[in-house]
Design a protein around this ligand. Sequence first.
Ligand code: 6PG
Length: 477
Amino acid sequence: KKASIGVTGLAVMGRNLARNLARHGHTVALHNRSEQRTRELAEQFGSEGDFIPAYSAREFVNALERPRQVVVMVKAGAPTDAVIDEFAELLEPGDVIVDAGNAHFADTRRREAALRERGLHFVGTGVSGGEEGALHGPSIMPGGSKESYESLGPLLEDIAAKVDGTPCCAHIGPDGAGHFVKMVHNGIEYADMQLIAESFDLLRGALGYEPARIAEIFRTWNTGRLDSYLIEITAEVLAHTDAATGKPFVDVVLDQAEQKGTGRWTVQIGLDLGIPITGIAEATFARSLSGHANLRAATKGLGGPSRTPLSGSEAERFADDVEQALYASKVVAYAQGFNQIQAGSAEYGWNVDLGSVASLWRGGCIIRAKFLDDIRAAFEAGPELPTLLTSGDFRKAVEDAQDAWRSVVSTAVRLGIPTPGFSTALAYYDGLRADRLPAALVQGQRDYFGAHTYRRVDGEGSFHTEWATEARAERPA
Ligand code: 6PG
């Protein structure tokens, strides 16, 4: 018997994907650079399904039925290229190579084009949900040709998470579309995590609550419109006590956030496409700021306001206000992320269905959340929606939340609690709804010092003012 799919690269993600496939009744060929891992997997988990362990690339390829489907699960970058090159030599036209790692979509476009020349399909796919997701049902975002999805899609849909019976997997679009969408997923993940972290910081700083008490608040929020995986795990992390010291876990963790780079990519591409993804950018910079230990040490003691905790009715309302500010800021962050997908799709001709993306993020992935179902509905009702902020229900929710949102941001400013995520989201909202922006003045400045020209509100074309003569003439003597 031959295998319907093979996995090469059997570190934890690859191993769990292979087990998930086998558990769903698919025969899975296994391969890893070091034989040890292949053997271990087959021995430890052989009872879960049908595995064909292979100890050379050729043996692995020969174990696969045609069209061969090879899932590559190795480190992004050079290691991925090396493995692809190795297998491209052994495969035949019509076969499919799947890169399920967090590759940069530009690399995926390059690889897809190169392999297409050789008659091979290359599928760059986003897979979200961490180790647990890979084993029990991730959210899967495959790019590549429609044809490759015909053979590969059914297997991926089998192992994906399901929400209301719908698999959290759908063909995203050609070449790099899948990895692009996964990249934006991670960018939104950064923004969401930052907003949640700011909420915690506010509740602690303005109310003086202990982490365990804040965990309870998050638990309550998780029963409402904020219901999501990230809120759920936040409550768990905050309720956790460090075994060694007996202190709240969050107080013994070094406060310097790291990143592997997908958030940074999202911001870089946002700049390239000219899409204001300010929530993702601030979240990425907030991690960066936290990591600058020397800068933070050097500026310790810089003056700030006194942090007298809130009292009276302001204190009573505060947790509820933060919930509203968090919800509104979250809507902004997701709206921006979806705009970036729209822009990428237009730039590269991918034709990405935003409703389908929202649908497959409802389960399995790190940003899975109840409100993604509302986002799905919004884009299904209006695929051309310019922004989520104008879709009926979100518009109303954000408008209803805005008083609380403004009050939370001003409290944060007053107490000197940094809330880059909340603040930038509100500034974006106010920036979009403004009748006039001071961009007009910026244009004037540009024209003054560089003759860069400006357009006028009352006519077509570009204009330039002779500043040296006109401005001088107007200046009072
Ligand atoms: C997922 C995660 C996953 C990974 C992130 C972590 O969707 O399953 O996003 O891809 O955990 O890359 O990212 P950072 O290390 O950059 O925070």
